[in-house]
Design a protein around this ligand. Structure first.
Ligand code: FMN
Length: 182
């Protein structure tokens, strides 16, 4: 029996969930924010995303969900390779810039080339990724990518996205005192 038919057999009809309610409730899960970027037709292209997660350690795989409406994802997909820059606490304006349409997203940004694409200079981590699979899921595509190389900054603090607002990661007092006594 398929998962779909088991679900139909066992559950009453799901209630209609409005996309804005879905977004609001899922927004209670804090995430980091990344920029996915590649070079397409000789120019840097990129988009902000927070649906990224690690998937597998061996082989090293990540996944990210791209909206079917995205005009940048098809460019990243056709290059097959992209660089992930994990945004630092001061990168709220960069996150906004990389989600805005009709603008030069790399305008005023300091970046350098990595093997797979443009990397933001003062990000806190970088992943060089190669697309290995795509799975259609509702109005998004789940993209699975192999990590070819990676690096992180020594003491970076992450930008955090929570309930539609930006913030920064701060260790709890307990965690801080544990570190100091270690
Ligand atoms: C914090 C944040 C997280 C986002 N996460 C995603 C995401 O995971 N997937 C996605 O497709 N778009 C995400 N977006 C929207 C894209 O950055 C972008 O606005 C959208 O793809 C439209 O631009 P495009 O047509 O150039 O792709 C996010 C935007 C913000 C501000």
């Amino acid at each position: 029996m398929s998962l779909q038919s088991k679900r139909v057999a066992n559950l009453s009809a799901p209630r209609d969930i409005d996309p804005s309610e879905f977004r609001n409730v899922l927004g209670h899960l804090p995430t980091g924010v990344v920029v996915l970027a590649t070079t397409a037709s000789g120019r840097p292209v990129g988009m902000a995303a927070n649906s990224i997660t690690s998937v597998s350690l061996d082989p090293p795989l990540i996944a990210v969900c791209a909206a079917h409406t995205s005009s940048t994802w098809p460019l990243l997909r056709s290059e097959q390779r992209f660089c992930v820059s994990v945004l630092a606490a001061h990168h709220e304006p960069i996150s906004r810039q990389f989600s805005r349409s009709g603008t030069d997203r790399f305008g005023g940004i300091s970046w350098h080339h990595r093997e797979t694409g443009p990397a933001l200079d003062d990000a806190i981590a970088w992943l060089d990724c190669e697309l290995v699979a795509e799975h259609d899921a509702g109005d998004h595509t789940i993209a699975v990518a192999r990590v070819l190389d990676l690096a992180s900054a020594q003491d970076g603090r992450a930008l955090v996205f929570f309930r539609g607002q930006y913030g920064r990661f701060v260790p709890t007092d307990l965690d801080q005192s544990r570190r100091e006594s270690a």
